[in-house]
Design a protein around this ligand. Sequence first.
Ligand SMILES: C[S@@+](CC[C@H](N)C(=O)[O-])C[C@H]1O[C@@H](n2cnc3c(N)ncnc32)[C@H](O)[C@@H]1O
Length: 216
Amino acid sequence: MFSNPNLVREGSRLYARSLVPGFKVHGERLLEKNGAEWREWNPNQSKLGAAVMRGLKTGIPVGASVLYLGAANGTTPSFVSDLVGADGAVFCVEISARAMRDLIRVCEKRGNMLPILGDARKSETYAAELPSHVDFVFEDVADPAQARILIENARFLRKGGVAMIAVKARCVSSVKEPETVYKTVEAELSRTFEIVEKMRLEPYEQDHEFLVLRKR
Ligand SMILES: C[S@@+](CC[C@H](N)C(=O)[O-])C[C@H]1O[C@@H](n2cnc3c(N)ncnc32)[C@H](O)[C@@H]1O
């Protein structure tokens, strides 16, 4: 597991130091330790949390800027917000107006999170709300064109910046074997990125491959 002062693992449990003590995002357990409040990060409800538990080596450091595609109600984005801390930023793109209502509630409490109601397939529609470049792009969008969406949003990633994606085999193809899907997705992404880490997310998620990529 990568090292970040705002993240600890104790056995099978993962905790992030809360940027907003006392505020829960999804009913998570809170823990007081050494004068700080830590939020339990459930890897069964977060693909990034699952990747951390599976030994993710590439860290999201304090102060990083992150473009998060498929932010939903803000659960995993809130943990990314804890990791990057007050000097970092998490730009949260979400297509669903229903999810956006919850996401806004989270962003109002967390000064480093910005909600963007938008379609990740149309990056030009939210380009004006982003800085010229970010350090990370994270994608968790259920769309058969997942790879194409990440490549399109790589325009916001600085050269050498890192992209992370949870490939959902059953969403890309319901008939092909997951291994076949992963190979096709990896080949598509390889034109824009170098693959630096890859892992399966079992037992936390079935038929998901987590890829860490560096922009060429
Ligand atoms: C699996 S959920 C994300 C969960 C979230 N990443 C977490 O761990 O807390 C996928 C989200 O992607 C959103 N989504 C689907 N297509 C999208 C698109 N084209 N642009 C932006 N968001 C999209 C869905 O509305 C849904 O909220």
